[in-house]
Design a protein around this ligand. Structure first.
Ligand SMILES: [Zn+2]
Length: 71
């Protein structure tokens, strides 16, 4: 299903919360091109999110190794 209710601008700003959500969702499903572009554009422009994404990445890495250890 590709019904996106929002109208897409070429460079639509997303909030930090949306960026974090997209970042988390990217682990569970492939992001659309638009979502990837929005996420990358936000992270490049938002210093806190650079740090946050780095921390999330580290956290996910730990989760992955934990889960891998469980199996
Ligand atoms: Zn941000």
């Amino acid at each position: 299903m590709t019904t996106t209710p929002t109208t897409h601008q070429a460079h639509q700003d997303i909030t930090c919360e949306q960026a974090a959500t997209l970042y988390c969702e990217s682990r569970d499903r492939p992001l659309t091109g638009t979502e990837q572009a929005e996420l990358h554009a936000h992270i490049e422009a938002c210093k806190p999110c650079v740090i946050a994404s780095g921390q999330l990445k580290a956290l996910f890495g730990q989760l992955d190794s934990l889960l891998a250890g469980d199996e």
